[in-house]
Design a protein around this ligand. Structure first.
Ligand SMILES: Cc1cc2nc3c(=O)[nH]c(=O)nc-3n(C[C@H](O)[C@H](O)[C@H](O)COP(=O)(O)OP(=O)(O)OC[C@H]3O[C@@H](n4cnc5c(N)ncnc54)[C@H](O)[C@@H]3O)c2cc1C
Length: 469
């Protein structure tokens, strides 16, 4: 997290900073001598950043004096680096109301002199360190800015635009964090399932000389492990695909890839972290009661993964971003591009009989569910916006499953090709195919449930008055 935040702050300065700002701050962030943070949240303002109270007063020398309190600031203060470069959202007096009046500032913990040596402390202090459920190795701080010197990053009142450079990157990073927690928990669960002896295989003892068979023989333990394995491998492919698209944007200025990444970012963040957390719980379940005892370390995965669903924009808000903004972005062009990718893949490979039944048909089904959901929003969202918002969470999951379905179909194609070419690693590709078949048969059908929920609209969701709760 420390370096992840530094990377994000680096990217925002790199994209929006002046030549002087880049020269002054970036080299030492790259060398990790200085770290970075992002300061958005205040006690009364999280999702709704327009409510922000932190103030920025313009000074004659072009700098600003920043005053206010931020909470929950990851890596807010620590002794891992010589200086901390805080990126702070604040409002310049007299600017527009709400979110349109928010600007972004570079506020170093220590003033950086012109010769790049460190100067005086900059009025940045820690109010307290948050006591958290997990991620205890990160110093999450209440940060006080008391007339601290800040330098405008980007344009006045366009702070959210600049901050989104950091936030979009961080959202992909958090998606990866959720997936990585699931992967680590899964690896532990596999070791335990092979080692723990309980009960006998119903089809005949597998460890006749032992007191019992290892629990990995039991179908229900297999179901649990296959859920985890098929998610982490599909999710890893999805992240790699997204990362490749980001490279295409950075290196080739590929506008189509940019649109697709923008569309899929809330899915990477929301879907991978929801499922990632769910998988850490499933991995803990493999340990039975021992999973609940701290000695085995499984509860730490659960505690650490939980935050990924909350920070960097709570997952419900990711779903709103997806349905409320991204779906219709540029006239729905990017969503259509996704459907085309799926359609083209299916069309190009229908001649492949083995791929067709186990992979292409389930993928086609999932993609149709996704299209039907998008169509439902188009036809019913205008009548009542809650028809779209009440289905947004399900849409994010429907989309996530379809993405993983596409990833598994692509991996299956590569596996069949490798096996046909008589690869020396046949076992690897056979395992890939079996894992993919599991995902298509046991996970992907969730798209039907999500579609049914979406099509039921907002009526049942909104039926009660607040008093009835
Ligand atoms: C450990 C940790 C580290 C963090 N690190 C940072 C950091 O480095 N920098 C930083 O600035 N912040 C950080 N945060 C803050 C984090 O990003 C926020 O907690 C998060 O964005 C949610 O804001 P909130 O807590 O105020 O919840 P609220 O905005 O009050 O939301 C509460 C609930 O209501 C829902 N909700 C809110 N508005 C809507 C809406 N319009 N429609 C539907 N549902 C809605 C949300 O989904 C959520 O479930 C951190 C938080 C934690 C716990």
């Amino acid at each position: 997290m420390y370096q992840g935040l530094t990377h994000g702050a680096y990217s925002a300065i790199h994209a929006h900073g002046t030549t002087e700002q880049k020269a002054k701050f970036l080299p030492k962030m790259v060398s990790c001598e200085w770290t970075g943070t992002m300061n958005l949240t205040e006690s009364h303002c999280g999702t709704d950043l327009g409510l922000m109270r932190t103030k920025a007063d313009p000074q004659n020398d072009g700098s600003y004096k920043i005053t206010g309190e931020k909470i929950f600031i990851s890596a807010g203060d620590h002794d891992l680096s010589q200086n901390t470069i805080h990126l702070v959202l604040a409002k310049i007096a007299g600017g527009p109301q709400g979110i349109k009046g928010v600007s972004l500032f570079i506020v170093p913990k220590y003033i950086v002199n012109d010769d790049e040596t460190l100067g005086a402390a900059n009025g940045v202090s820690v109010g307290s360190i948050e006591e958290k459920m997990g991620i205890h190795a990160n110093s999450t701080c209440v940060m006080n800015f008391d007339n601290s010197t800040g330098y405008l990053l980007g344009q006045e009142h366009k702070g959210m635009r600049a901050m989104f450079t950091m936030m979009n990157e961080a959202r992909i990073g958090v998606g990866m964090q959720g997936l990585a927690q699931a992967e680590a928990a899964y690896q532990n669960a596999v070791i335990y399932a092979k080692d723990r002896l309980q009960g006998r295989d119903v089809t005949g003892a597998k460890n006749p000389d032992g007191a019992a068979d290892p629990i990995i023989v039991h179908a229900d333990v297999r179901r649990n492990l296959m859920d985890q394995k098929s998610f982490v491998e599909g999710g890893r492919a999805f992240l790699l695909w997204s990362s490749k698209l980001i490279d295409q944007v950075h290196r080739e200025g590929d506008k189509d890839a940019d649109g697709l990444v923008s569309l899929m970012t809330p899915v990477v963040k929301g879907f991978l972290t929801d499922k990632g957390f769910e998988m850490t719980v499933q991995a803990q379940q493999v340990f039975g009661g021992h999973g609940y005892i701290e000695e085995h370390g499984m509860s730490q995965f659960v505690r650490d993964a939980r935050i990924t669903q909350i920070y960097e924009g709570a997952n419900g808000v990711q779903a709103l971003d997806l349905v409320g903004r991204k779906l219709a972005l540029d006239g729905g062009k990017h969503m259509m591009a996704f459907f085309e990718i799926v359609k083209d893949f299916i069309k190009e490979n229908t001649g492949n009989e083995a791929l067709r039944t186990d992979f292409l048909e389930p993928l086609k089904h999932a993609s149709k569910d996704l299209q039907a959901a998008a169509m439902y929003f188009m036809q019913n969202g205008m009548k009542n916006p809650n028809n779209a918002l009440a289905g947004s969470y399900d849409f994010m999951h429907l989309f996530g499953h379809t993405c993983l379905g596409l990833m598994w179909a692509r991996m299956a194609k590569a596996s069949y090709a490798a096996l046909e070419a008589e690869t020396s690693d046949a076992a690897f590709y056979e395992t890939k195919l079996a894992t993919g078949r599991y995902y298509m048969a046991r996970q992907l059908p969730a798209t039907g449930m999500h579609l049914a929920r979406i099509q039921s609209g907002a009526d049942t969701v909104m039926a009660l008055n607040s008093e009835a709760f």
